[in-house]
Design a protein around this ligand. Structure first.
Ligand SMILES: C[S@@+](CC[C@H](N)C(=O)[O-])C[C@H]1O[C@@H](n2cnc3c(N)ncnc32)[C@H](O)[C@@H]1O
Length: 384
């Protein structure tokens, strides 16, 4: 196998995470071989060689994005941003005008307080450089760019990074259909991780919607690599190493073939069309053999022999469920858990503290989680 010098070079990277999953994100990076990992706000920094960076793209469950740092430069305004970007990457090698690109900017610097405006400055610096080299420029593609650039600005200056995925990593490719207020796949995977469920006991979601928690749990238990069925921007990078990528894919495949656990995973959904979506999504994820979805009211659900873990994301009454009697729903959910789930762990994502009290149960842990901009709590109840 070809091994170029670049394969062994350590790169600096950042895993961009949902708020509340920073520690879990750190553990995931370490388990997949990343080094010098440390938590940041809504992110984790790491170092990795290229094999590990590829592995993270194929196997990480929690990040939205994985960034590869390519340059750091002083930035105290528009002009230093412009020159920092022009000198930050060998554009002649990395961005031919036939390739499209997109720029995302986070943070601020003096005179650069609006990320949209800063992104425009970055774009101008790049296309001016391209015109100098080739007399032509790339087009911008916000949806499916060939090269996706990320610039972070703060008091210490600017950091230019390449985004390895292009589109967000939460898109695994299995979810053609969605019910009301679906959880993002990476957040659902993170909630399962935080629950400590390892795949050796039954797992039940009594209000499963389009099945995201169930599918991410099954994927974890079966050792599926979430990135196996999608493409990544890094496959078009100037230093992309085809052999190394294939090696990492084979490694992920082997892990999957060995399988891990075959737990019983059960969902319940009262809306027949949403229950059907959940079944279709489980099928598309190649996990329908592990997941059984029942159509009906959770009040009629019979839990399997336990103990096991119940996870759920009931309506909060904010975006959906405003027309329902949520007090009664949470009250009946608490009653079902107390009568049927003695010895089980019960985890509930609460976005409305006002109705969670109707469970009439006392949480032993309350983990703050940001769910699509909503301040939520992942609540743990040990059922006696
Ligand atoms: C917030 S959504 C769950 C979303 C899910 N986590 C996902 O990612 O798709 C809540 C779901 O509970 C279902 N639901 C509401 N009341 C129910 C009941 N009594 N029994 C079963 N399902 C119910 C709703 O139809 C809705 O699909």
């Amino acid at each position: 196998m070809k091994k170029t010098k670049a394969n062994f070079e350590r790169i600096k990277g950042v895993s961009v995470l949902p708020q509340g999953l920073e520690e879990a994100g750190v553990a995931e990076l370490l388990a997949l071989g990343a080094k010098a990992v440390k938590p940041l706000r809504r992110a984790a920094a790491f170092e990795a060689d290229m094999a590990c960076f590829y592995r993270l793209h194929l196997q990480c469950r929690l990040p939205f994005r994985l960034l590869r740092e390519v340059a750091r430069f002083p930035c105290d305004g528009r002009e230093s941003l412009y020159s920092g970007i022009q000198e930050g990457l060998d554009w002649e090698r990395w961005l031919h005008p036939s390739m499209s690109f997109r720029v995302d900017v986070t943070g601020t610097a003096p005179g650069l307080n609006h990320s949209h405006y800063s992104a425009l400055q970055v774009k101008n610096a790049i296309v001016d450089r391209q015109r100098d080299i080739w007399g032509q420029r790339s087009s911008i593609d916000l949806e499916e760019p060939d090269v996706c650039l990320h610039v972070h600005l703060d008091r210490e200056g600017g950091v230019l990074s390449l985004d390895g995925s292009g589109g967000s990593l939460h898109r695994r490719g299995y979810r053609a259909e969605m019910g009301d207020a679906p959880l993002k796949e990476n957040l659902a995977a993170g909630l399962i991780r935080l629950s400590g469920w390892t795949g050796t006991t039954p797992l039940v979601d009594p209000l499963c919607g389009s099945g995201t928690l169930l599918i991410e749990a099954a994927s974890l238990a079966a050792g599926h690599a979430p990135g196996m069925n999608r493409s990544f921007a890094l496959e078009g990078w100037a230093d992309f190493d085809d052999d190394l990528w294939r090696e990492e894919k084979e490694r992920a495949c082997k892990r999957q073939e060995q399988g891990q656990f075959q737990p019983m995973i059960i969902g319940c959904e009262q809306d027949p069309s949403i229950a059907k979506q959940a079944r279709n999504n489980a099928e598309a994820a190649g996990l329908s053999h592990l997941i059984s979805i029942q159509t009906g009211d959770f009040r009629d659900l019979q839990l399997p022999e336990g103990p096991g873990t119940i996870v759920c994301n009931p309506p909060y009454g904010l975006r959906i469920g405003a027309d329902q009697n949520l007090e009664a729903l949470y009250g009946d959910l608490g009653a079902m858990v107390k009568t049927q789930a003695s010895g089980w762990d019960f985890w509930l994502l609460s976005g409305n503290a006002g109705v969670t009290g109707a469970l009439r149960m006392r949480a032993s842990r309350r983990i703050p989680i940001n769910n699509g901009g909503l301040d939520c709590r992942w609540l743990h109840y040990q059922v006696r």
